[in-house]
Design a protein around this ligand. Structure first.
Ligand code: ADP
Length: 485
């Protein structure tokens, strides 16, 4: 299978090390599959520890020069990178549809979202302000400057093959750091295309490098190096724990954006139409494969039946099909393993008393397609109540009181995103403050953007991405005390 791009220079299959496209030192290659068809799309370089060593040496050299450029100079290059990404939305979306599977409109939306981080952090490059502190001793002057952390690594997932890279590389480069990216084995093509555009934008050789390959092998090599001062990871909680342990010997700074188990609470006084529309967006985007997807829908007694019936009526009409078909709303899941997990969660829920209102089965569009599903009468005894499903399944739980809803919502090891719907202002404050989550949507199911801090608490990780706080992750504070006598 070939991928048709209007700009063929974006179809890259080699690693991007020190400004050049090169095969892996060991010569290995790994196939990338189209999840909608199972076809092999490309054989991409499979990097190993030797490639990591080369990339780190190049990054150290590149960063030594880049850190001395002014914020304005970095801003110009990042803005150019943003502009090139926007000029190539169609081709980049094609790569995402092909290797990741999401519907084309969503893929194009992801590219615009990915580009927004480059533009935002281009501007932030000029605002890395320090501080002047009134001294305790009149003979001294105290100041704080902010400096780049150094060479950083990013390990990124397949569900947002573009945005999870720019959300890390944007602030890293803006702050004066170098970045080595290990993209997901499932979606390296989008990462490589972004690097091609970065190079065209004038990002110097070695400053941004892409090493496709096995997560465990490359993760270990990156963590072992004392030259890598910081690691930013988005992926599962389980792998986040491994990376944190592997980073202990070199005491790396870490940003970890891990799993979630988002509650979506609908109170009796909610605007029901708005809640349904938002639940569709929060649950079925990317076929349910985002870490902020609503995983548990908690509905208050008084509107439970009405909500369930009306919600299922909308869900059963969501069109399943390949992302390349403009009418598709629900694309394939990423892998057989992912599909099996969805099936297991549904089977387990049904075995424990849930009722399938719609969906509940694979779709004949292909091996990895699963029908959008609504389950009534979900209970905490079900796996779906505690584990991240990462698929197009909405279990509806029933609650009676506000206190019960908050307790149910917080009854999880995760703490990434939560959503709630109410028109009562006092309740809105109480609930927003009581939810143990890093992000809360009130009367909305869409909360992500480049200007707000994205991140979680508890086992969902640490650190924030996007927003002015996102720069802090890539900067160190230095305190300078001067005796003026
Ligand atoms: P998912 O289950 O959503 O694929 P993972 O956490 O397994 O999430 O994968 C996210 C990223 O982490 C991918 O780039 C993958 O290659 C990488 N990865 C997987 N296992 C490890 C590991 N042991 N060490 C470092 N990175 C890993």
């Amino acid at each position: 299978m070939t991928v048709h791009l209007s700009n063929p220079s974006l179809f890259r299959k080699d690693a991007f090390i020190n400004g050049t496209w090169c095969p892996a030192a060991g010569g290995g290659r790994r196939p990338v599959h189209n999840p909608a068809t199972g076809a092999v799309v490309a054989e991409v370089a499979e990097c190993g520890a030797q490639d990591v060593t080369h990339a780190i040496a190049a990054a150290v050299a590149a960063q030594a020069e880049w850190r001395n450029r002014t914020g304005a100079q970095r801003q110009v290059i990042l803005t150019r990178w943003h502009d090139l990404v926007m000029d190539n939305v169609d081709d980049l979306a094609t790569l995402i549809v092909t290797e990741q599977g999401k519907p084309r409109a969503e893929a194009a939306g992801e590219i615009r979202y990915a580009a927004s981080f480059l533009l935002w952090f281009a501007a932030e490059a000029m605002r890395a302000y320090g501080d002047v502190i009134p001294p305790t001793n009149p003979a001294t002057r105290l100041s704080v400057i902010r400096q780049p952390v150094g060479v950083c690594a990013a390990i990124t997932p397949w569900n947002f093959p573009a945005a999870m890279i720019t959300r890390k590389a944007g602030p890293a480069l803006a702050a004066g750091c170098a970045m080595i990216v290990k993209p997901s084995e499932d979606t390296p093509l989008t990462a490589l295309a972004l690097a091609e555009l970065a190079q065209q934008a004038g990002v110097p050789a070695g400053l941004l490098q892409i090493l496709p390959g096995d997560g465990a092998a490359l993760g270990e090599a990156l963590c072992a190096s004392p030259d890598i001062r910081k690691l930013s990871f988005t992926g599962s909680t389980q792998v986040g724990r491994i990376l944190m342990a592997q980073s202990a010997p070199t005491l790396k700074r870490l940003s970890l954006e891990l799993g979630g188990n988002a509650p979506f609470i609908v109170f009796d006084d909610a605007h029901i139409e708005q809640a349904i529309k938002s639940a569709i967006a929060a649950k079925y985007r990317n076929a349910g494969q985002t870490c902020v997807c609503a995983n548990r829908i908690l509905v208050q007694d008084g509107i439970y039946d009405e909500f369930a019936t009306r919600f299922a009526r909308v869900v059963e009409k969501l069109r399943v099909g390949p992302g390349s078909d403009p009418d598709s709303v629900i694309g394939p899941l990423i892998s057989a393993k992912a599909r099996d997990k969805v099936e297991e969660h549904v089977d387990d829920a049904v075995a424990h008393g849930a009722t399938v209102m719609c969906g509940g089965a694979r779709d004949n569009a292909g091996e990895l397609f699963y029908r959008p599903t609504v389950l009534r009468d979900a209970t905490p005894a079900m796996r779906i109540a505690h584990e991240e499903t990462f698929g197009p399944v909405a279990p509806l739980f029933r609650f009676h009181t506000e206190a019960e809803a908050i307790a149910m919502a917080n009854d999880t090891e995760y703490g990434l995103a939560a959503y709630f719907f109410t028109r009562d202002h006092a309740r809105a404050h109480r609930v927003a403050e009581a939810l143990e989550y890093g992000m809360v949507g009130h009367n909305t199911g869409l909360i992500s953007n480049e200007v707000a801090p994205f991140g979680g608490i508890k086992q969902s990780g640490m650190g924030r991405e996007g927003s002015r706080y996102g720069m802090d992750e890539y900067m160190e504070m230095k305190y300078i005390c001067t005796d003026i006598t």
